[in-house]
Design a protein around this ligand. Structure first.
Ligand code: ZN
Length: 393
């Protein structure tokens, strides 16, 4: 079958939503449809594909194929013959706003700072431009946003034309293509070779909002939103701020100051809690020493099991060992599996020597001194070997 290149109606008219065409080829059991002409935009050049319907059947994806044809991927199979097509306009118009806003922002960033756009991506919620610069300052971002909005308010026309790749001059970015180029021009500001869909007037991109910037591949990636999406985003931001203000019982304008103060209070409270927990651990260590019966060899020995050997647990063990004569405590931690030995100097035990000797047998790592040693062990059984050596099980 002769493969006819699809006529792309969106090249001439981005506002066309309803059209009629002929199914000229089918693939994938009728789910991949080729028309003689289409207004559906296929994913290309950073802009996502359109969705919509062909004779009432949902179009779920649109693909730009290498041979110049546009494939409509259908939810259900279609047959040969004429079709009535309808594009999901809300989605398409959103893309047109973001895409035209990108041309404008790219042009403004060149105009103001000479920052070139290396690539463009349009996402579900945000679009991004990768700029050929290592840095962009807060002031530069604000100025670029203000300038883009100012130019957009002038309502300049966005026009579409065609030119020979060999002859065209003044393009913002040199095109790799040959033959006839589709030229998208913002009067007096920008001229680009582009196959995407754009709005007629820059005013339709308003408002333009630059959001965060990120460093990627040594360049700056800038996030932005335009038109309806920007208004929606601003509304969402406001709702978030309102909710934060409500939860912290303050006014929106006072949030940064208020949250800063709350953070400071939290840090202080955490320090105080840590101090109190250590105090309590010390007391518990001493009380535990007093409560343990003296063994036949004169030692007061105890084995504690804990979830994790924390600083608090260490403090308690050290307090036990320092509480009086002939003290020995071993702690077993579950997650991660670990052991700790603390003893008084007169206990007659070299904590680190016993630990290392045991680890050499059962595996694990550790170190310390004669009265305090700590290590990791492979499992609970390994910890119990150490406990037996210390007369604890
Ligand atoms: Zn474009």
């Amino acid at each position: 079958m002769l493969r006819v290149t699809t006529e792309r109606l969106y090249y001439q008219d981005s506002y066309l939503t309803d059209f009629e065409g002929q199914v000229v080829d089918l693939a994938g059991d009728g789910r991949r449809v080729y028309l003689d002409r289409t207004a559906f935009y296929p994913a290309s050049g950073g802009q996502p594909y359109d969705v919509g319907e062909l004779s009432g059947v949902p179009v779920v994806e649109v693909v730009d194929e290498e041979d110049g044809r546009v494939a409509h991927v259908m939810a259900l199979p279609l047959a040969q013959g004429p079709v009535k097509a309808k594009i999901d306009w809300a989605r398409r118009y959103e893309h047109m706003q973001q895409h035209t806003g990108q041309h404008l922002l790219s042009a403004v960033l060149i105009e103001l700072y000479g920052f070139e756009t290396l690539s463009f991506h349009m996402g579900e919620d945000l679009s991004t431009i990768e700029l050929g610069t290592k840095e962009i300052g807060e002031g530069q971002l604000a100025a670029a946003e203000a300038r883009a909005n100012e130019v957009a308010r002038s309502g300049r026309v966005v026009s579409i034309g065609f030119a020979d790749a060999e002859k065209v001059e003044g393009l913002r970015k040199q095109s790799q293509r040959t033959g006839t180029l589709r030229i998208v021009e913002i009067a007096g500001l920008d001229k680009s070779a582009c196959g995407g869909t754009h709005v007629r007037s820059l005013a339709e991109t308003l408002p333009i909002q630059i959001r965060k910037i990120e460093k990627v591949r040594g360049n700056v990636r800038l996030e932005f939103v335009c038109g309806g999406r920007a208004s929606l985003r601003a509304r969402q931001d406001f709702k978030l701020l309102q909710e934060m203000a409500r939860q912290t019982a303050t006014a929106i304008d006072k949030l940064p100051e208020h949250v800063g103060a709350l953070k400071e209070r939290l840090t202080d409270a955490e320090k105080e809690r840590e101090r109190l927990a250590q105090d309590l651990a010390q007391r518990e260590g001493r009380e535990a020493y007093a409560a343990v019966a003296v063994s036949a060899d004169g030692l007061r020995r105890v084995l504690w099991g804990v979830e994790k050997i924390t600083e608090i647990v260490r403090g308690k063990a050290l307090a036990f060992a320092a509480a009086g004569e002939k003290a020995l405590v071993m702690v077993m931690g579950k997650q991660p599996a670990g052991v700790l030995i603390a003893c008084s100097q007169d206990a007659g035990i070299d904590a680190v020597a016993v630990l290392k000797q045991t680890l050499a047998e059962v595996g694990g790592r550790g170190g310390g001194a004669a009265t305090l040693a700590q290590g990791s062990v492979p499992n609970e059984a390994a910890a119990l070997v150490l406990a037996r050596k210390l007369g604890l099980s």
